[in-house]
Write a protein that binds this ligand. Structure first.
Ligand code: F6R
Length: 609
């Protein structure tokens, strides 16, 4: 998730582009850059780090432009660096281009272009696109871009300009957002509305598979094949702050709703097109290690640790290998029993959590192979691990982790299926079933989000509760832990998660009349048992919110309310189950008037022990 801005008009182009980028920094902030076109010359200035670094650099640069494009980056391919920052240029410096998304076939395109003599300066997938523009250029930028679109696979929002064409910017979109702002004698392009709200409230939202030619005096819209289309103008009524959050009241709610896209982005390019195998070309573990690996240790903190618990169950089930999961602050000091064939997997959204990083360093010092699952390219964990899987959640701003968790789960599913296929531990038909269901997860997440009003009503009713209990068995217990953590951290309601069968060994004493209990029952082989545990708490007059699959109508006889989830593969259930629990925590915190995005005493990244 990166931020893009483009401008053509009568204002100070540099100011418009930089101030637009400032409004988009929530989309990415590991590096930034701008390209300005003036007197048939394109000048590019880029800087690693936050936008302030670019602004600092620009103070000493005497550059201006008639048109300009800019980018604030959240790395997906290639670490944050000046070279990898956008805009990118072709060999001759004739074109400048910014991109948000992932070009899936960039490796093969890069090889072809290198063979044709193109010289690359960065490690990004984006740079292939600008060399492709140079390669295919026919004197007309618009028709060239139509051709470019036919060669690239994946997701993109692209904005490009050419030095011999100071009259237009081309914008095109496939699966990454892009809008056009309409002014008088000026027009804008941006990833998102906040970037342009200072100048105009009239907007064209480009839909998937559309492109626009943006000139000073007007904008023409087309399909990616170059056929003209007519688009409606949208009048935006949000204020600037609400626009940054995409119209949502809080970043957390926005991020909960971004999960279908985040899941889709994390799966992108990793399911082979016939849905028969997982492809993780980034892994360098080596075939021999994958075969000889004799145990896995997963190490993480907080929500990432909860993702690890799901990972354990899935890896053990599919790969039949022993997996241990540790909280990083414990792992560091417990002198774990492992072997030279142990794989240590650290999971960290930020990639900077002090305990997780220390655990990674300890494991490496003992000579273990370490794999990281992280959301931040260029973070310490990314740089220091031997192997990395990047979750494609985009920046997570709210302190309470939501989309990072679901994309960590998706990464663990992919990894488990990858190991299973390489070690031949499950039948091909099982792999295919799982891949089909993985592919459908974004739609499942969309459907689950529809339960928001029901959960909001429940959360309002119970927002003055002192204690809450989350119960479940197997994978449902792992999700219960995450649901309880979410509720605690933002609503400040005491919440405990219990393995449902363990309740009667003590905790049942706390269940009294009206105490809210969230009973999760999605695991078919454990359903009857969980149901009887839910009946146990009902017998103590608890108020029960049940979560189960559509079709398990009998839960309704015991639970006071039931959220019915679309039926999916048992192993994938946590993705569907966690979303209502995130919403429950969110609405309870809102009802209590808490600072949802910045809960008390908590920080987004815990960089001290
Ligand atoms: C909870 C939450 C924290 C983090 C934990 C680890 O919502 O966000 O529990 O999961 O601090 O952070 P990362 O994943 O950045 O290592």
């Amino acid at each position: 998730m990166c931020g893009i801005v483009g401008y053509i008009g009568h204002r100070d182009t540099r100011d418009v582009v930089v101030s637009g980028l400032a409004k988009l920094e929530y989309r990415g902030y590991d590096s930034a850059g701008i390209a300005l076109l003036s007197k048939n010359q394109i000048e590019v200035v880029k800087s690693v780090g936050r936008l302030a670094n670019l602004e600092q650099k620009l103070m000493t640069e005497d550059i201006d432009g008639e048109i300009g494009i800019g980018h604030t980056r959240w790395a997906t391919h290639g670490r944050p660096s000046d070279d990898n920052a956008h805009p990118h240029q072709d060999c001759s410096g004739r074109f400048a281009l910014v991109h948000n998304g992932i070009v899936e076939n960039y490796l093969s395109l890069r090889e072809e272009l290198i063979e044709k003599g193109h010289q690359f300066k960065s490690e990004t997938d984006t740079e292939v696109v600008v060399h492709l523009v140079e390669e295919l250029y026919n004197g007309d930028l618009f028709s060239t871009m139509v051709q470019v679109g036919k060669h690239i696979h994946g997701a993109y929002a692209l904005v490009v300009m050419a030095k011999d064409n100071p009259e237009e910017i081309i914008a095109m979109r496939k699966a990454s957002p892009l809008i056009v702002g309409l002014g008088e004698g000026e027009n804008f392009v941006a990833s998102d509305i906040p970037a342009i709200l200072e100048y105009t409230r009239r907007v064209l939202i480009l839909d998937d598979g559309e492109m626009a030619v943006v000139r000073r005096e007007g904008v023409d819209s087309f399909t990616l094949d170059g056929n003209p289309i007519t688009k409606d103008v949208l009048e935006v009524h949000w204020d600037a702050v609400a626009a940054e959050r995409g119209g949502y009241e809080h970043f957390m709610l926005k991020e909960i709703h971004e999960q279908p896209k985040a899941i889709r982005d994390t799966l992108r390019g990793r399911l082979e097109t016939d849905l028969k195998r997982v492809a993780l070309p980034e892994l360098q573990l080596g075939a021999q290690f994958v075969q000889e690996m004799d145990r896995i240790h997963i190490v993480a903190c907080g929500t990432s640790w909860h993702a690890g618990l799901v990972g354990k169950a899935v890896l053990e089930q599919l790969v039949r290998i022993p997996v241990e999961v540790d909280v990083a602050s414990e792992y560091r000091y417990r002198n774990p029993v492992d072997t030279e064939n142990t794989l240590v997997i650290v999971i960290s959204q930020s990639g900077e959590t002090a305990d997780t990083l220390a655990a990674l360093r300890d494991a490496k010092a003992r000579g273990r192979k370490v794999m990281a699952i992280t959301n931040v390219v260029g973070s310490s964990v990314d740089r220091e691990a031997d192997d990395v899987i990047i979750t494609q959640a985009g920046p997570e701003i709210a302190v309470a982790s939501t989309k990072a968790y679901t994309t960590q789960l998706v990464s663990l599913y992919l990894l488990a299926i990858y190991f299973a296929q390489e070690r031949d531990t499950v039948q091909q038909s099982v792999v295919q079933d799982l891949l089909q269901e993985l592919d459908a997860l974004p739609q499942v997440a969309e459907q689950v989000l529809d339960s928001a009003p029901q959960i909001e009503a429940f959360a309002k009713q119970y927002s003055d509760a002192h204690d809450t209990f989350f119960i479940g068995r197997g994978l449902d217990f792992s999700v219960a832990l995450e649901g309880a953590l979410k509720l605690k951290e933002i609503s400040y309601i005491h919440a405990e998660a219990y393995a449902a069968g363990e309740l009667k060994h003590g905790t049942l004493a706390l269940i009294t009349k009206g105490v809210p209990v969230i009973g999760i029952a999605t695991q078919p082989h454990l359903y009857e048992k969980t149901l009887s545990n839910i009946q146990e708490v009902k017998a103590r007059d608890a108020f029960i919110l049940g979560l189960t699959w559509v079709g398990n109508e009998d839960l309704q006889k015991t639970a006071d309310e039931v959220i019915y989830l679309p039926k999916i593969h048992t192993l994938l259930a946590p993705i569907a189950t966690v979303i209502p629990l995130q919403l429950l925590a969110y609405y309870a915190a809102v009802a209590r008037d808490n600072d949802v995005d910045k809960p008390r005493n908590l920080a987004k990244s815990v960089t001290v022990e």
